[in-house]
Design a protein around this ligand. Structure first.
Ligand SMILES: Nc1ncnc2c1ncn2[C@@H]1O[C@H](COP(=O)(O)OP(=O)(O)O)[C@@H](O)[C@H]1O
Ligand code: SF4
Ligand SMILES: [Mg+2]
Length: 356
C-alpha cells in the first residue's frame, strides 16, 4: 500500500523556503501521569512581513508549539522533533548560546500577562533599554534614548517622563504596550504574540492589534499571533492555522477560514466570535463540551465527543480513524465529512446563522 496520502503530498512542501518554516513539529512532555503529546505533526510557513494567526481553545498546543520555536522548553522533561527554520537557520538543533543571541534580537515574544513578564523592581525604561544595550553594545544614555523612542512608537504619552515609571504605575493597556516596546526594541524580524490582548477590554484589544499592524507596516516584521478568539485577528492575520488537541485541523487564508471554513470546530469558532456590530444583541455561542486531555485524547478525530456532525459520517470512522489534513473545497482541513457535505452544511446552516 502506498504510504503517501493525498494530504501528505499537499502538506509537505520543501522545508526552509519561507521566512519561518515549521515542519512536522512534535512536542512531548514526560509527566508523573504519563506522556503528554502536546503538539503533533504541526506544519506551517510564515512569509516575511506577513501575519499568521494560530487559533484554538485553551490547551490546544498554541503556546507549546511557539515556545518550541523560541527554544524555551526545559529539555529535561521535553522531547521536541521536526524542523524549524528561521531565515534558513535551523533552530531545533541550535545551541542555547545561538538561541539566546537570536532571542530578543532576531525573534521576540510577547505574552498575555505583561505584569508577569515585566520585573516590578526596574523602571520600564531600563527594561526596554536592557536588551537593546545587550544586543547592540549601546551605552546607558543611548539605551535610555532608545527606550523613550520605543515608548513613543507604541503610543505612550509623555515618554520622556513615563520612561522612569515602574510597571505598577502603568495601566494594563500601557503595560502591554511597554512589553511590545521591549520585544521590538532590537527590530526583530519575527514577533510571536501569545494572546497579547486576552486580558484587556475590547477597546484596548483593538488598539493593541492596530498598533501591531502599524509597527509591522513600518518595519516588515513577521508576526505569529496566537489567540482563542478568531474575531481578534480578523483585521491582522493573512493566514490562519486552527489547532485542536495539539494538531492542525484547518489551515488557510484568513478570508477562507472566515467565509468557507471546512471544519466543524472551525464553524464552532466562527459562531463564538462576539458580534459587536450586530444591531441586536447576538449571544455568543460557545462550543459545547470541553477540550480533551492530551494525556488520553479521544481515538479517531479528537473532536468527535463534541461534534454535532459525526453521525453524517459513514460507520464509526470518526471514532476509529484520525482524519488527515487534506484539501477540501480549496483549503486544508481534517474532517471525514465529504467536501459536498461540508459545503452544504456551511452554506445552509453555518453562514445564515452568522449573518443573522
Ligand atoms: N511543561 C509542561 N508539562 C506538561 N504538560 C504541559 C506543559 N506545558 C504545557 N503542557 C500541556 O500541553 C498542552 C498544550 O498547552 P498549551 O500549548 O499551553 O495550550 P494553549 O493552546 O492554551 O496555549 C496542555 O494540555 C498543557 O496542559
Ligand atoms: S471527523 Fe467526524 S468528529 Fe471529526 S470533525 Fe469531522 S465529522 Fe466531526
Ligand atoms: Mg497558551
Amino acid at each position: 500500500m502506498s504510504t503517501l496520502t493525498k494530504s501528505e503530498a499537499v502538506d509537505a512542501p520543501q522545508a526552509g523556503n519561507a521566512f519561518l518554516s515549521v515542519r512536522d513539529l512534535r512536542v512531548r512532555f514526560r509527566t508523573e501521569d504519563g506522556i503528554v503529546n502536546a503538539v503533533n505533526n504541526l506544519t506551517f510557513d510564515l512569509e516575511q512581513g506577513k501575519t499568521l494567526g494560530i487559533v484554538g481553545e485553551s490547551g490546544s498546543g498554541k503556546s507549546v508549539s511557539n515556545l518550541a520555536v523560541m527554544g524555551l522548553h526545559n529539555p529535561r522533561n521535553t522531547t521536541i522533533e521536526g524542523t524549524v527554520t528561521l531565515d534558513g537557520q535551523e533552530l531545533l538543533t541550535a545551541s542555547q548560546r545561538e538561541l539566546e543571541k537570536l532571542r530578543g534580537n532576531k525573534m521576540a515574544m510577547i505574552f498575555q500577562d505583561a505584569l508577569a513578564a515585566l520585573s516590578p523592581y526596574y523602571t520600564i525604561g531600563r527594561q526596554i533599554a536592557e536588551p537593546f544595550m545587550k544586543h547592540t553594545g549601546a551605552n546607558k544614555k543611548e539605551g535610555r534614548e532608545r527606550a523613550i523612542e520605543m515608548l513613543r512608537r507604541v503610543g505612550i504619552p509623555q515618554p520622556q517622563t513615563r520612561v522612569d515609571d515602574f510597571p505598577h504605575q502603568f495601566s494594563g493597556g500601557m503595560r502591554q504596550r511597554a512589553m511590545i516596546a521591549m520585544a521590538l526594541v532590537c527590530d526583530p524580524q519575527l514577533l510571536i504574540a501569545d494572546e497579547p490582548t486576552t486580558a484587556l477590554d475590547v477597546t484596548v484589544q483593538a488598539q493593541i492589534v492596530d498598533l501591531l499592524k502599524d509597527l509591522q507596516q513600518e518595519s516588515g516584521t513577521s508576526i505569529v499571533f496566537i489567540t482563542h478568539d478568531l474575531g481578534v485577528i480578523r483585521e491582522i492575520a493573512d493566514d490562519v492555522l486552527v489547532m485542536y488537541a495539539g494538531r492542525a485541523v484547518e489551515r488557510g487564508t484568513m478570508r477562507e477560514v472566515l467565509k468557507t471554513s471546512q471544519h466543524p470546530y472551525g464553524w464552532g469558532l466562527l459562531s463564538s466570535i462576539p458580534r459587536i456590530n450586530s444591531s441586536v444583541d447576538v449571544p455568543l455561542e460557545p462550543i459545547p463540551g470541553t477540550p480533551p486531555s492530551l494525556l488520553n485524547p479521544p481515538t479517531g478525530c479528537a473532536f468527535n465527543p463534541r461534534c454535532a456532525y459525526r453521525e453524517l459520517v459513514d460507520g464509526d470512522k470518526c471514532v476509529t480513524e484520525r482524519p488527515p489534513l487534506e484539501l477540501a473545497n480549496g483549503h486544508l482541513s481534517a474532517c471525514h465529512l465529504t467536501p459536498a457535505q461540508k459545503q452544504s452544511i456551511l452554506t445552509e446552516q453555518i453562514l445564515p446563522r452568522l449573518s443573522s
